[in-house]
Design a protein around this ligand. Sequence first.
Ligand code: NAD
Length: 464
Amino acid sequence: MKITMIGTGYVGLVSGACFSDFGHHVTCVDTDAAKIAALERGEMPIFEPGLAELVERNVRGGRLGFTTDLVRGVADAEAIFIAVGTPSRRGDGHADLSHVFAATRDIARALVKPAVIVTKSTVPVGTGDEVERILRDEAPDAEAWVVSNPEFLREGAAIEDFKRPDRIVVGTDNDSAAEIMREVYRPLYLNKAPLVFTSRRTAELIKYAANAFLATKITFINEIADLCEAVDADVQDVARGIGLDQRIGGKFLHAGPGYGGSCFPKDTLALLKTAEDFQAPLRIVEAVVKVNDSRKRAMGRKIIQALGGDARGRTVALLGLTFKPNTDDMRDAPSLAIVQALLDAGARVRAYDPEGMDQARPLMRDVEFASGPYEAAEEADAVVLVTEWDVFRALDLKRLASRMAQPIFVDLRNVYPTEDLLEAGFSWHGIGRGGNPQAVQMRDPHGETVPQAARSAVRQRNET
Ligand code: NAD
């Protein structure tokens, strides 16, 4: 089958490469000439594990190509995917659909044979109707069906997610379009991935509802983590204790510095705007967005507290900057708010990230970048684990502590057992974990303190 991907970013490039790996012939189009030129040289514009090999194999096999020439790309395509960005619109939080509509107009002018136009970009309910209207206006005689096919891949595991999805959602009420989409996804269908056919509007909403639900789950456990700190309980045990309930499930229950990335922040906001437009408020999602926004700055305050309440002139080393491991994507990463809070408080910030520093540099002009985790920690007053990259999971903690001016470890991802940090000489601060020495000072509502010994005993039992 001949497929064209309009937009060769995270989603367009991964989807295009995977479709070509299934045996389809794919042309990836982008307006960014530098990106296309790099791809033609075999250089990946993004960091995504396994992507370079996948692209190389399919380019060599003659099934995958890149171009800035949309007319050529669209000419003989049977399925044309729109995978351009839909960022938050400046000022009001609505999804900015200008790239989607521009791509639609370009496609309309280039269409020479019947095709399905598939929106893979995350777009608000009703966008498919608007895409269809533009097509009819620009190319009244064209035979084209507009389908919604939202993408659920996660950066960092994008190829695996695309090739082994939990489900494929296709929104259309047109039988011919449905047949073409079955053909596009046949290799996955044979792999038993469920194809869920819905109306176009329903498919558009499924994507936002999924992201809002996952963002809610993360935010829920983050608030429980705050309560854990107040009552001397351990959020990791709470997460396990509730996650084993199959009605809840263990995923997305890792307490941390708040969700970020290229999807959840903008998609929760855009969903709220849709709800506002249709006068059907989503109060739970509203609360999630507020709680998450304030949490990122609160993480800055947590670090300052760990420093004794005054960060002026102190050096803080951040390990990890991207919003999650295995990506170089810095969009809406919690590290951005954390860095700002630290700089505002007068701290010096040094940082290391295995893949994200090129993207981070222009966003963090006052941050010093180090060549590794130990270099970042040199003479620092605190080390903060912000993103749980594998390389930070087995640090030589004693070596790290010995380089620092003051051995304070703030573990925003709860990677390290508290005992390991204490043994290495660190004063530690985690997220929602019992046994924090600071919590010893706290009293319950009856004015009682919880004995430290009792807490340690519980902790030891759990860890054996
Ligand atoms: P991206 O910014 O990485 O890529 C978008 C690409 O589209 C860019 O390369 C840009 O140059 C290109 N582009 C813009 N206008 C164009 C046009 N008129 N013609 C051709 N190319 C054009 O974005 P992304 O992260 O791949 O996201 C794309 C869509 O997929 C968004 O709607 C996003 O919400 C959704 N999505 C993203 C993810 C993710 O993890 N990144 C996951 C699921 C869904």
